[in-house]
Design a protein around this ligand. Structure first.
Ligand code: NAP
Length: 417
C-alpha cells in the first residue's frame, strides 16, 4: 500500500490501514540504562511489519508496568540480549506490555482479528510451532514463552506495535482508550495466580492476603477475589491506600508500616534474634485475624514483594494453603521457616503472567464491567520515563497508570474523525 507520509506526529492518526515507513517510539538503549526518567528517550525508528500470524496495531494508549522499570535499569537482565536470542533488533528496546488500539495491518494466516478492530493486547507470546505448545501444553510452561514489550521488542511505547494476533482481545466498549490500556498485564497475572493453580483457586468465603493491595497487581486481585466471593485482606503503607482497597471490596487492611520484622529472618540458631522476628510475624498474624473479623487464616497468599515479606507470608498462610508469587520486587532470597511449610503442608507456588484462556477470562470480567481498571493517572507520550520513575520510587498513585500515544486527548472511546 502506498503511503502519503513517511512519518506522523504523536496524536496524528494515518488514514485507516496506511502504515508509515517510520514512527516515533520511547526507546531504551543499553548505554543509558539507569533511572527510568533518563533511560527512556523519544526516537524515530522504522515501523515493524507483521509476519505470519502477527498483527500491527495502532497504539491509542499504553499501560505502565513495573517490568519496564526493570528494563530501563538493565536489572536483573539486559533485555536487548534477550531480543538478540529471538532474532530481533538488539541495540535498542521498545518496551510497553499493555495497550489499547486499532488493528492496522495483519500478516498471513490471521483469522481472529481484522483491520479496524478495537483491541487490547495481552503480553504473552510463544512460538506456535513449539512442540510443547503444539501438543496442547500450557504455553506458560513452554521454552518459547516470553513477555511482549519486555522480552520482545516492538512494545506499546510507540505509534505501532507488532504482536502475535492471539494476543488481541476485544476492547471493553465502555472504557476510554487510556482506561482500557491499563489493567490487562496485572489483571491477567492476578487471574492466573488466583484461578490457575487448582485446587488452590479462590472459593466462596476464602480469606486471601493481598500484598501491595493498592498497586497494579493488588488492585486487580482484590476485585477478582471480591467477584469470586472471597475475602481479601490488603496490605498497604498508608491510610489513603487502605481506603482505596476498602472501596475496591477488601474486607480489611493492614498497614505494613506498623511492623518492623521485614526481610530475611535471623538464623534459627540465633535464639534471641529469631524470637524477635517471630514475635513480629505473630503480631502481623493477629492483625490479619482482626482485619478478617475472626481467626481465619488465608487459604491463598498473593505475593510479589518477595524477600521482605515471604517469611511472614509462609508463616501466616493457613494449613494446607498456598503462597503464590509472581515477583521479588524487594529481593530474590526467599527464606522460609520450613517447619511451618511441611508440618502445616503449605504450598509455595511460582506464577508468571497468563495464557490465552486466562487473559480472555480476565478481559471478559473487564468487558462485563465487573473490574474497574483503576486508572489513576494518564500521562502524555513524552512522560513515559517520568511515569516509570514514579513507579520505581513507589510514589505513583493507587491503581494503574497509562500514557496517551495516538489518542489525541483523554476521554475518547472510539477513533476520532
Ligand atoms: P506496583 O503498582 O508498584 O505495586 C506494588 C506494591 O507493592 C506497591 O503498591 C507497594 O504498596 C507494595 N510494596 C512496595 N514495597 C514493599 C515492601 N517492601 N513490602 C511490601 N509491599 C511493598 O507494582 P505491580 O504492578 O503490582 O507489580 C509488583 C511486582 O510484580 C513488580 O516487581 C512487577 O514487575 C511484578 N509483576 C510480575 C508479573 C509476572 O507475570 N511475573 C506481572 C505483573 C507484575 P504499599 O507501599 O502500599 O505496601
Amino acid at each position: 500500500m502506498s503511503t502519503s507520509k513517511d512519518l506522523y506526529q504523536i496524536g496524528e492518526i494515518p488514514p485507516r490501514g496506511e502504515v508509515p515507513r517510520r514512527m516515533f517510539a520511547q526507546v531504551i538503549r543499553p548505554d543509558r540504562f539507569g533511572e527510568p526518567e533518563k533511560a527512556f528517550q523519544i526516537e524515530e525508528i522504522e515501523t515493524p511489519r507483521p509476519g505470519p500470524g502477527e498483527a500491527l496495531v495502532l497504539v491509542m494508549a499504553a499501560g505502565i508496568n513495573y517490568n519496564n522499570v526493570w528494563a530501563a535499569k538493565g536489572i536483573p537482565v539486559d533485555v536487548t540480549q534477550v531480543h538478540a536470542r529471538f532474532g530481533e533488533p538488539d541495540d535498542f528496546h521498545v518496551g510497553g506490555s499493555d495497550a489499547s488500539g486499532v488493528v492496522w495491518q495483519v500478516g498471513p494466516g490471521v483469522e481472529n482479528v481484522a483491520v479496524g478492530d478495537h483491541v487490547v493486547i495481552h503480553c504473552g507470546q510463544w512460538d506456535p510451532d513449539d512442540p510443547f505448545v503444539a501438543s496442547g501444553g500450557d504455553p506458560g510452561f513452554a521454552d518459547s514463552y516470553r513477555i511482549w514489550g519486555y522480552e520482545s521488542n516492538w512494545g506499546s511505547f510507540a505509534q505501532f506495535t507488532k504482536v502475535q494476533a492471539h494476543q488481541c482481545l476485544p476492547k471493553a466498549p465502555h472504557l476510554t482508550w487510556e482506561q482500557a490500556a491499563a489493567p490487562t498485564l496485572v489483571g491477567a497475572t492476578a487471574y492466573r495466580m488466583l484461578m490457575g493453580w487448582p485446587p488452590h483457586v479462590v472459593q466462596e468465603g476464602d480469606v486471601v492476603l493481598v500484598w501491595g493491595g493498592a498497586g497494579g497487581l493488588g488492585s486487580m486481585a482484590i476485585q477478582i477475589v471480591r467477584e469470586l466471593g472471597g475475602k481479601a485482606v490488603a496490605v498497604v503503607s498508608s491510610d489513603d491506600k487502605a481506603q482505596f482497597c476498602m472501596r475496591l471490596g477488601a474486607v480489611g487492611t493492614i498497614n505494613r508500616k506498623d511492623f518492623s520484622h521485614w526481610g530475611m529472618p535471623p538464623h534459627w540458631t540465633d535464639t534471641e534474634g529469631y524470637a524477635a522476628w517471630f514475635a513480629g510475624a505473630k503480631t502481623f498474624g493477629k492483625a490479619l485475624w482482626d482485619a478478617v473479623g475472626e481467626k481465619q487464616s488465608p487459604r491463598i497468599v498473593f505475593e510479589h514483594p518477595g524477600e521482605d515479606t515471604i517469611p511472614t507470608s509462609i508463616f501466616v498462610c493457613a494449613t494446607g494453603g498456598m503462597v503464590v508469587i509472581c515477583a521479588g520486587t524487594t529481593g530474590y532470597n526467599a527464606v522460609a521457616d520450613l517447619r511451618y511449610l511441611w508440618m502445616r503442608q503449605k504450598r509455595f507456588q511460582g506464577s508468571h503472567f497468563a495464557n490465552d484462556e486466562q487473559s480472555a477470562g480476565f478481559n471478559q470480567m473487564v468487558v462485563d464491567g465487573k473490574i474497574d481498571p483503576c486508572l489513576a493517572r494518564t500521562f502524555s507520550f513524552d512522560e513515559v520515563g517520568d511515569s516509570h520513575q514514579l513507579m520505581s520510587e513507589n510514589r505513583h498513585p493507587e491503581g494503574n497508570m497509562a500514557v496517551l500515544v495516538s489518542a489525541p486527548t483523554e476521554g475518547l472511546t472510539e477513533l476520532p474523525g
